[in-house]
Design a protein. Structure first.
Length: 486
């Protein structure tokens, strides 16, 4: 068995792992990267489909756009891909009962579409919610509480609760309020009305423009960022092992870490390192550790669950379907959750005169959606979207992708179990667990990048910085600052 010694081993070539690698390379630090997949990017990878007639279609692993309150992150990416970093005007909507609604919700549009009686009910529910949660101080214990308190039951059920339950596959009164704090903090019926008024009156905000309106995007998919990082670090002599994963991790008494790796061919490799950076699912990582954690830790990590996804990518002989980057499907009458038209992110994502749709389904491993065939998924897409978005005759090809461990499930007890696991991992002073999978935290691409950069700084400075605080802003995650290019 081949044995290699390195200062830092990075497990996972996603945003967190590769931003760490990039910063370490700038400081000429010694490291190796290993990645289970055949391509970089993790949950932010970009797939390339080459069809028989020579047409090439690109799609991200879900809709990705870049927004952040940290200008250093914009500079980081612009320095990597320069002119391939383009500005896009955002358009996002919801499709409910055959009608399009703006997203985030436009109060006047929603009230107009649901009619007078529906509007009265929504207004009354909001009034009673203010009494219940405001005047009488009913505690916010669940996601459902948060949504009802800020929107009233009718509007929350119509616009927020149903889609959230589709994401997680559990009732909203079993979802931790942390999800609301991260995703809809600061949004309520009043802020929605104020936003609609500003739009009608064309009132401009003198501050940085919200990324609800515009965002930056790589011209050929978000995976371009991570492919570029790999090329840059490899050009400096660093090694990235693809289709390679850890099978055992031994924290030695002398402070070093021994990691056994195996590649797709079954070949084994042993790496001895001083620092270990891991950005794979924490639920998988803990099970690899030697000596084995105590039973309490194993039980705790077994209680942490992930939501998986199945994707159907449909290439089409149509120039355009809509002007939206993505459209939400909140209704529980369909298993479709969200659809992205990749050409609306960048014209380079599909050939001229053609477009594509990336259709997302949420599921647990082994359930009916996860086990659905390509034909069954397409049948559901045609049932819901056929004749409205496109016709069956427009379809060129369809492709199925299955992705595990996409969303960490924020059930009511997740923090109890997660804290036990994190307290255990924190005992290893030369271990850094980062990114959405590594920290079991739903965060955005920019937060994972920032975690990786901060981890590299910790290694370079021989001082552990506060990675836990990254992405903990108690504000609406859909907003940020749109910084100008250099």
């Amino acid at each position: 068995m081949k044995e290699i010694k390195t200062e830092t081993l990075i497990i996972g070539a996603g945003p967190a792992g590769l931003s760490c690698a990039m910063e370490l390379s700038k400081a000429d630090k010694d490291f190796i990267v290993v990645e289970k997949d055949s391509m970089p990017g993790g949950l932010s990878k970009t797939y390339v489909f080459k069809e028989d007639d020579g047409s090439v279609f690109y799609t991200d692993n879900g809709p990705h756009r870049f927004f952040s309150k940290n200008k250093n992150l914009y500079d980081f990416i612009e320095n990597l891909i320069s002119e391939d970093w383009i500005k896009v005007k955002r358009q996002t909507r919801q499709y409910i009962d055959g009608v399009f609604y703006d997203y985030p919700v436009n109060a006047f549009q929603a009230l107009r579409n649901i009619g007078f009686l529906g509007s009265i009910k929504m207004g009354a529910d909001y009034f009673f919610a203010k009494i219940k949660y405001g005047l009488f101080k009913r505690p916010i214990n669940t996601f459902q509480d948060y949504a009802y308190a800020n929107f009233g039951k009718s509007l929350a059920d119509f616009n927020i609760v149903n889609y959230t339950e589709k994401i997680w596959g559990i009732p909203s009164d079993q979802i931790h309020p942390d999800w609301a704090i991260q995703r809809i903090k600061g949004l309520n019926l009043l802020s929605v009305f104020m936003g609609a008024f500003r739009k009608i009156l064309s009132i401009k905000n003198d501050g940085p423009k919200s990324l609800v309106e515009e965002f930056f995007y790589p011209s050929k998919g978000t995976g371009l960022i991570y492919e570029t990082i790999v090329k840059k670090i490899e050009s400096k002599g660093y090694t990235v092992y693809f289709e390679t994963e850890p099978v055992k991790i031994d924290f030695l008494k002398n402070g070093e870490i021994l990691v056994w790796l195996k590649n797709k061919k079954g070949e084994e490799l042993k790496i001895i390192c001083t620092n270990l950076v891991e950005s794979i699912p924490i639920t998988n990582f803990v099970k690899l550790i030697e000596p084995k954690p105590e039973t309490e830790i194993i039980e705790a990590v077994s209680k942490l669950r992930h939501r998986n996804q199945v994707y159907l990518f449909v290439t089409l002989n149509k120039e355009s379907i809509t002007g939206d980057q993505w459209i939400y499907f909140p209704s529980k009458e369909t298993s479709i959750a969200r659809v992205s038209e990749m050409r609306n992110f960048s014209k380079f994502m599909s050939p001229e005169g053609k477009t594509s749709l990336f259709v997302e389904f949420f599921c647990f491993e082994g359930d009916s959606v996860w086990n659905s065939s390509k034909e069954e998924l397409l049948e559901e897409v045609l049932r819901v979207m056929g004749g409205v978005f496109f016709d069956k005759k427009d379809i060129r090809e369809t492709y199925v992708i299955r992705q595990k461990n996409v969303y960490p499930v924020y059930d009511m007890n997740y923090l109890t179990y997660l804290d036990k696991v994190k307290n255990y991992l924190n005992e290893y002073k030369n271990l850094f667990y980062i990114g959405r999978p590594g920290r079991f935290r739903y965060n955005n691409q920019d937060h994972s990048l920032e975690m990786g950069m901060l981890t590299a700084k910790s290694i370079i400075d021989s001082k552990k910085y506060d990675i836990e605080s990254v992405g903990q802003e108690k504000e609406y995650y859909e907003e940020g600052k749109l910084f100008s290019k250099k």
